[in-house]
Design a protein around this ligand. Sequence first.
Ligand code: BJ8
Length: 422
Amino acid sequence: MADYRKMWESLGMDLETHDQLCEVLPQAFGDVFLSQENRPEAMDYYNFVIAEIHGVRPQELIKAQEEGKKVFGTFCVYVPDELIFAANAIATGLCGGSQFWVPGGEKVLPTNTCPLIKASVGARLDRTCPFFRIADMYIGETTCDGKKKAWEILGEDVPVHVMDLPQMKREKDIKAWAEEIKELKKVIEEFTGNKVTEESLSESIKLINNKRKALSRLYECRKADKVPISGRDALVISQIAFCDDPARFTQMTNKLCDELEQRIKDGISVVKEGTKRILLTGTPLAVPNWKLHNIIETSGAVVVCEEMCTGTRYFENLVDETKTTVDEQIDALANRYMGINCACFTPNTGRIDDIIRLAKEYKVDGVIDVNLKFCSLYDVEGYTVERALKEAGIPVMGIETDYTDNDAEQLRTRIGAFIEMI
Ligand code: BJ8
């Protein structure tokens, strides 16, 4: 990795602790990714992004700030990035996926809080992630109780705007979400000093839709009988989508898809014939959480789809590009974002329908329903998910895990047995 110490220092980071993270990440990436055979050549770009994850993109963001742009750190896939880019600002995802940050979060949060929240808070308070230092403002939402309270703690350290996400999907809830988006527009305009116009919003709607289309094309390739890309590689691409420059990400992902489509034509697969195909569903896998994919794919199966926020929930459904006034565009945004099926909604039958549909589309042999420890939303919904899958005759296994490696062997045994059985 190039030397970014000066930059990290100027961000007020704790260099000593951060060095420990820099030491373990390349090893983990090497073990999980570079050890794979027959990877698509276009993965080189994503390898580079991960190798330089605390360097290249942070440097770009700082340069943009020097040119007068604001950077917004966003937490959940309900936050409409389109508005941020339309105000000539930059959005970057902030969810934390490493155990490294968890103890920092536990200093201020109860231990029995989900690791995603603890890691995100720890990354900020321990000053060990450049993205958390760079963001001028954080945008959170009211998806779950843990996050709602975490914003109050983070708000003491950095400006935080919280969007009040409705928890039902009635007509009036969609209207309420449109109002929240309008409110966010005001906040962003004031903070950046830039106006969101019909033209700029129309442009950014296209920009983000194009990213969705590229991801959707990637997932389409994973439906092929001969699987052209591993689940691990697809996962890291989904994770990078949250922080990369959207136009470049789209271009690189389309380039990768060209290669994958050629592989499909040539009948090239990254796994041998008969390898069991798995759909993962549940709580998101924020970067660098590669644990489950790694276990599954080194136990004789391949992950072909993720019904997750680091997966189909992130890119399915486009924002209507035909609207011509800002108010109509905001309604279109509200409609698209309220179509995401997070377990914080009640009822959330759309998610069950999605899982069954995806299981068929990706021709999976089994579904693994994963829950991050202490996330009661997905834990409770697991009951309905697993019942529906059983009724549909699709083998399913529920697991609960966190970011540590303590349960890796136990998971390997259980997942191995599941793969044997299906
Ligand atoms: S839209 S899944 S990204 S909220 S896992 S922090 S819910 S306790 S991450 Fe999520 Fe948005 Fe929903 Fe997706 Fe809380 Fe559960 Fe933790 Fe969660």
